[in-house]
Write a protein that binds this ligand. Structure first.
Ligand code: FMN
Length: 368
């Protein structure tokens, strides 16, 4: 029976417990995407707080895939020393660290990248701020190579794993979704075709890092937008990845256009509102052979325990609770099992936008 505080391994990456910090954009990199001292320190504090695995914020694999202010970049060798400092700081404190790789696709914008966004199809949907340009085959091949090169860098800089961002409406998710992918070539149409880009990205990353290095993915179980990705297609993609050797799948859901069903839901005020992706995570777990992580609304120790024991989930990921309490894992380990203090107000997004993430509610409480 899975226990929260037991050592496990994913393809040789050992972790001291089953708690994961889910990828969280902190807005603390310089305008080129280089991590700052402040960001490295944030990761040190998270590792000192006892979490088993840290997944970094989303890092763009090439400049036209940048999505946000202060976002991490992994498109150049120039940041080697900065990232090496980051991985060393985390390892010194006993955690493992994976870097999340992303291309924003149609969710990027001209203001951020200096060019029109690129997407599977030139369709304007609610989650895009502009009408994107349809990717050519050459552009697709370049992005696939950029994911591979980024993974190669991550491995050589001391990251213990990479995670592909296949969720929340970014490029991989855009290819999977029939709403944003209206292509008539071999990348569009059937789910087999819509998952071709993902298969190519995964294949290139695997080729670059080898079989003995953990490659993870964060996948949407559902987009919660009309015409978007639904659970059956997500299960198809998960199964294919599992058959071709993916090392773990983190199950999330929603896009910026999903309203109350977005990736970071609000008003999680009681246990029955927690763990809102648990049911689809269980379905995906039933279809794959690799470990499954569930993310979304975990706040109580008992809910985490139940997800492991009754739902067969292997790892529990959290984002917002660890902004307020980076030492939540150690607190629970010490025996203080009260729920995370996060009230899911999403004020943390404002921190990331305005110079660096922090818990706005905690700050207000201290000022009162
Ligand atoms: C400020 C903020 C930034 C986020 N950045 C990312 C990101 O870079 N990549 C990602 O996959 N998810 C990101 N997320 C989503 C979280 O990883 C997570 O899926 C979501 O918040 C639900 O988990 P939670 O209830 O534990 O916060 C972010 C969430 C927040 C609140």
């Amino acid at each position: 029976m899975a226990e929260i505080f037991e050592e496990t391994a994913i393809n040789g990456m050992t972790m001291r417990n089953r708690l994961v910090r889910s990828a969280t954009w902190e807005g603390m990199c310089d305008p080129e995407g280089r991590p700052t001292e402040r960001l490295i320190n944030l990761y040190r504090v998270l590792a000192e707080g006892g979490i088993g695995l840290i997944i970094t914020s989303y890092a763009y694999v090439q400049p036209d895939g940048k999505h946000n202010i202060g976002q991490m970049g992994i498109y150049t060798d120039d940041f080697a020393n900065d990232y090496k400092q980051m991985t060393r700081a985390v390892h010194d404190a006993g955690s493992k660290i994976a870097i999340q790789l992303v291309h924003g696709g149609g969710q990027s914008d001209e203001k951020t990248t200096g060019r029109k966004p690129l997407a599977p199809s030139a369709v304007k949907v609610a989650q895009f701020s502009e009408t994107p340009e349809e990717l050519t085959k050459d552009e697709i091949d370049n992005i696939v190579r950029a994911f591979g090169k980024a993974a190669d860098r991550a491995k050589s800089w001391g990251f213990d794993a990479v995670q592909l961002h296949g969720a929340h409406g970014f490029l991989i998710n855009q290819f999977l979704s029939p709403l944003t992918n209206c292509r008539t070539d071999s990348y569009g149409g059937s789910i087999e075709n819509r998952s071709r880009f993902l298969a190519e990205v995964y294949g290139k990353v695997r080729e670059m890092v080898g079989m003995g290095y953990p490659v993870l993915i964060k996948l949407n179980a559902s987009d919660f937008v009309e015409g978007g990705l639904e659970i059956d297609d997500a299960i198809y993609a998960a199964k294919k990845l599992s058959e071709t050797g993916i090392d773990a799948i983190e199950v999330s859901a929603g896009t910026p256009a999903s309203g109350a069903n977005g990736p970071a839901r609000m008003k999680i005020t009681q246990p029955d509102k927690e763990a809102y992706n648990l049911e689809p995570a269980r379905r995906i777990k039933g279809a794959v052979v690799c470990p499954v992580m569930a993310v979304g609304g975990f706040r109580s120790y008992e809910v985490v325990e139940r997800a492991l024991k009754d739902y067969g989930i292997d790892y529990i990921s959290m984002s917002r609770p660890l902004i307020r309490e980076p030492d939540l894992a150690n607190r629970w380990l010490r025996g203080d099992r009260s729920p995370a203090k996060c009230i899911s107000c999403n004020g943390c997004f404002m921190g990331s936008l305005k110079g660096g993430i922090y818990c706005i509610t905690e700050k207000k409480e201290k000022e009162e």
